[in-house]
Design a protein around this ligand. Structure first.
Ligand code: PLP
Length: 373
C-alpha cells in the first residue's frame, strides 16, 4: 500500500500504514508472529533481533512521526536505550519537571556518575540555552507530564543543533498530530506507545524514531543487547490502536479544551493548566508551532491533599487510576506517588480526558468536586 505517500494526511496514514502487501486472499491485517527463531538466510534470524509484527507497527509510527522507528518493551525501555548509547559521564540537559520515571532514572544515573544530568526549567528558553554548552544530549519533554509546561521546540532544537548536541523529544503528550519534532530538526523522537498510540489502556510499549542511520544502529543495538524487546501481541494491539488514533485524539482534545474552559470558571478549582486555553501562560508559545494542545488537563483543587484524593475517588465515569491516553477518562492526584516531583502541588489532579460524552463527563467532574467538600 501507499502508506508512505507524503501527500496523505495522518488520518489516512494511521489507517493505511503497516499493512501486508495486497494480493488475492492476502491478510488485511499484519498477523501476530510468534517465533523465537527463523530459518537461516534471512534478514531477521532470531526473535530478539526482529519480528514481522514489530516491523508493521514501526512502519505505522514512522509514517506518522517521520524517520525510521524501533519499538521497545515500554516507553521507559525506549528512554533507557537512548541514555545507554551515551558515553560515560555524558552531560544531559533535561527539564527539572517531567515524567516521574525519567526524572527518577536520570537522577539515579547522575548519582551513580554514569552521566551528568543538568536540570533546568524547559519552559524557560534562555535558561536552557545558558546550560547547553558542552552537553551531549538535550532531552525535551513537551508538554511536560504533569505540569503541561511547553518547550519552545523550534528555538531549542536550533540552538542545540548549532552546538552539535543530540536532541531527543518525548512526544507522548503532544503526539505526531500536534508536532513532529524530527521535521523540526530533532534527532530522536520518543513515544510511550502505551498512551495515545495504543489508546486502550491494555498494552505497555514504547518507540524511538530517527532519521539518522548512526543513531538508528546504536539504538537497535541497545534493543538487541539490552533485550528490551516488545512482545508480538503487544505490537499487534498497538497497531490496531493506531487505526483509530487520530479519531480518538481529536475527540479527546475537543473534550479537554471544553473541560479546561469550564474548570477555569469553577469555584472549587484554583488553577488550570492546559496550553490550549488562551489564558494559559504557555498558550502563545505553544500556538506558534503546535497544531493542537492534546487531551491532558491538570488542575488544582481548592482543598487539601486528602480532599483532592476524595475528588478522584468520588467520580462515577472517570476512573481513579494512573496513566493516560486511553479512550476512557482517568484522573489522579499526582503527588500520591512518592517519586513525583516536589514542585508539583499536593492538590494537582492530572486528568486524562477520554472520548466519553462531554456533558456526561462534566456532570461527573462537577459532582466529584462538590462531593469532596
Ligand atoms: C508514560 C510516560 C512515559 C513512560 O512510558 P511507559 O510506556 O509507561 O514506560 C514516558 N514519558 C511520558 C511523558 C509518559 O507519559
Amino acid at each position: 500500500m501507499n502508506s508512505k505517500d507524503p501527500k496523505h494526511r495522518p488520518e489516512t496514514i494511521a489507517i493505511t500504514a503497516g499493512r501486508p502487501e495486497v494480493g488475492a486472499d492476502s491478510a488485511l491485517n499484519q498477523p501476530i508472529s510468534l517465533n523465537s527463531t527463523f530459518v537461516a538466510g534471512g534478514a531477521i534470524g532470531y526473535g530478539r533481533y526482529g519480528n514481522e509484527t514489530w516491523t508493521a507497527l514501526e512502519e505505522a509510527i514512522s509514517a506518522l512521526e517521520g524517520g525510521k522507528t524501533l519499538s521497545y518493551s515500554s516507553g521507559m525501555a525506549a528512554i533507557s536505550a537512548v541514555f545507554s548509547t551515551l558515553p560515560a559521564g555524558a552531560k544531559v540537559v533535561a527539564s527539572d519537571q517531567g515524567y516521574s520515571g525519567v526524572m527518577t532514572l536520570l537522577g539515579n544515573l547522575n548519582a551513580a556518575k554514569k552521566l551528568k544530568a543538568e536540570f533546568v526549567s524547559i519552559a524557560d528558553t534562555n535558561a536552557v540555552i545558558a546550560v547547553l554548552d558542552g552537553a551531549d544530549l538535550l532531552w525535551i519533554e513537551s508538554p511536560t507530564n504533569p505540569s503541561l509546561d511547553v518547550a519552545d521546540l523550534p528555538a531549542l532544537i536550533k540552538e542545540a543543533k548549532s552546538r552539535g548536541i543530540t536532541v531527543a523529544v518525548d512526544n507522548t503528550f503532544a503526539t505526531a498530530l500536534t508536532q513532529q519534532p524530527l521535521a523540526m530538526g530533532a534527532d530522536i523522537v520518543m513515544n510511550s506507545v502505551t498512551k495515545y498510540l495504543a489508546g486502550h489502556s491494555d498494552v505497555v510499549l514504547g518507540s524511538l524514531s530517527t532519521n539518522d542511520p548512526v543513531h538508528y544502529k546504536a539504538l537497535e543495538d541497545a534493543r538487541k543487547f539490552n533485550g528490551s524487546i516488545p512482545g508480538p501481541f503487544e505490537a499487534w494491539l498497538a497497531l490496531r490502536g493506531i487505526r483509530t488514533f487520530p479519531l480518538r485524539f481529536q475527540r479527546a482534545s475537543e473534550n479537554a479544551l471544553e473541560i479546561a474552559k469550564r474548570l477555569s470558571q469553577h469555584p472549587l478549582v484554583t488553577r488550570v493548566r492546559y496550553p490550549g486555553l488562551a489564558s494559559d501562560p504557555q498558550h502563545a508559545k505553544a500556538k506558534a508551532f503546535m497544531k493542537g494542545f492534546g487531551a491532558i488537563v491538570s488542575f488544582e483543587y481548592a482543598g487539601d491533599a486528602a480532599a483532592t484524593d476524595k475528588v478522584c475517588e468520588s467520580s462515577k465515569i472517570i476512573t481513579f487510576a494512573t496513566s493516560l491516553g486511553g479512550v476512557e477518562s482517568l484522573w489522579e492526584r499526582r503527588r500520591r506517588w512518592p517519586i513525583e516531583s516536589a514542585s508539583v502541588p499536593e492538590t494537582l489532579i492530572r486528568l486524562s480526558v477520554g472520548c466519553e460524552d462531554i456533558e456526561d463527563l462534566w456532570t461527573d467532574i462537577d459532582s466529584a468536586l462538590h462531593t469532596a467538600r
